[in-house]
Design a protein around this ligand. Structure first.
Ligand SMILES: CCC/C=C/C(=O)SCCNC(=O)CCNC(=O)[C@H](O)C(C)(C)COP(=O)([O-])OP(=O)([O-])OC[C@H]1O[C@@H](n2cnc3c(N)ncnc32)[C@H](O)[C@@H]1OP(=O)([O-])[O-]
Ligand SMILES: NC(=O)C1=CN([C@@H]2O[C@H](COP(=O)(O)OP(=O)(O)OC[C@H]3O[C@@H](n4cnc5c(N)ncnc54)[C@H](OP(=O)(O)O)[C@@H]3O)[C@@H](O)[C@H]2O)C=CC1
Length: 278
């Protein structure tokens, strides 16, 4: 992400906004923090490692990134994070629940501990962050946007069943809260991503699994961190004001694809049609 200005949006688009971004020390969270800071927002970025957060701060315009070490699974740490953000910045306009993840393993080998680890890191932490920010900041100020990153495709997550269950629950949570909290002016939605080429993604999954994912994507490639960051920035801007309850899927078309039909050679330049019978 070279340069100091957004390559998509106008300067000052998010002037005056305060955004809380979890997992801001790497990957999608870091790219989003940088984009928000460039657009004029003040970003409170959390994660467990202060070193990673400090690196993000160094990539943002000076004074725009407030790094706070916080484990999003721990109630006391999340409460301190939100209270501290309010003390220093007075409001929270956007919560981007980005922290999360899962491990890849055959379902029959996943223990109860492994299952609970993923549900806690994703679904439970999202509820903890969301309810704390809503009760302490967004409901009192009668406005706010809460965005959760989830996953695509939506037709089951083989080898990551626990992750798929968590993401389905998170999308449903955002839908329900979108209805309940509309009366407070709070928007809630999910951005469901297909493979995004972050360092973790590239290091975590075997190369043949990555290649299979890319080849099952109609656009033929994974997404980039910047593409996700632009979507989150758009949703935070006035352009996103009528979005609530939705699941915005960004995955190069993967969610629509059910395998090799028609066979590739039928869909290339020499496309064939059915012979007319009359
Ligand atoms: C298309 C979409 C694709 C999505 C891509 C992305 O999301 S990319 C971005 C992804 N980004 C990320 O994922 C970033 C965040 N990810 C993480 O922090 C870790 O990867 C985490 C999700 C495992 C949680 O870590 P943690 O420190 O909280 O947990 P821990 O290590 O202490 O394990 C606890 C228990 O879980 C179990 N268990 C764990 N691993 C395996 C396994 N391989 N096999 C089997 N089981 C496993 C095991 O029971 C273990 O207990 P044990 O047996 O040790 O007593
Ligand atoms: N890359 C991809 O293909 C896709 C990613 N996603 C989701 O997007 C999000 C970001 O992924 P990506 O950027 O690739 O991965 P990263 O591993 O780079 O990002 C995860 C971030 O979350 C932080 N984190 C993890 N656990 C905790 C915790 N308990 N408390 C606070 N922070 C935590 C990590 O920092 P630290 O370790 O310092 O705490 C890290 O910065 C994840 O939720 C992921 O599942 C969804 C679809 C596709």
């Amino acid at each position: 992400m070279p340069g100091t200005a957004s390559s998509v949006f106008r300067d000052g688009l998010l002037d005056g906004q305060v955004a809380l971004i979890s997992g801001a020390g790497s990957g999608i969270g870091r790219a989003t923090a940088i984009e928000f800071a460039r657009l004029g927002a003040t970003v409170v970025g959390c994660g467990r490692s202060t070193e990673k957060l400090d690196e993000t701060a160094a990539l943002c315009p000076p004074g725009r990134f407030d790094a706070v070490a916080c484990d999003v699974r721990e109630e006391d740490q999340v409460e301190a994070l939100v209270d501290g953000a309010l003390e220093r910045h007075e409001r929270i306009d956007v919560l981007f629940n980005n922290a999360g993840g899962q491990f890849m393993a055959p379902a029959e080998t996943v223990s109860m501990k492994g299952w609970r680890t993923i549900l806690r890191l994703n679904l439970e932490s999202v509820w903890l962050m969301t309810s704390t920010v809503a009760n302490r900041a967004m409901i009192p100020q009668q406005s706010g946007k809460i965005i959760r990153i989830t996953g695509s495709p939506h037709n089951g997550f083989p080898l990551m069943a626990h992750g798929g269950v968590a993401r389905a629950g998170e999308e449903n949570l955002m839908r329900g809260l979108a209805v309940e909290w509309a009366r407070y002016g709070i928007r809630c939605l999910s951005v469901a991503c297909g493979p995004v080429l972050t360092e973790t993604f590239k290091g975590k999954y075997p190369i043949d699994v990555q290649q299979a994912m890319h080849s099952q994507t109609p656009l033929g490639r994974a997404g980039t961190e910047e593409e996700v960051a632009w979507m989150i920035a758009f949703l935070a801007s006035p352009g996103g004001d009528w979005h609530t309850g939705s699941v915005i899927t960004m995955d190069g078309g993967m969610d629509c694809y059910r395998g090799a039909f028609p066979p590739k050679e039928y869909a290339d330049e020499a496309a064939r049609t059915e012979e007319r019978r009359t």
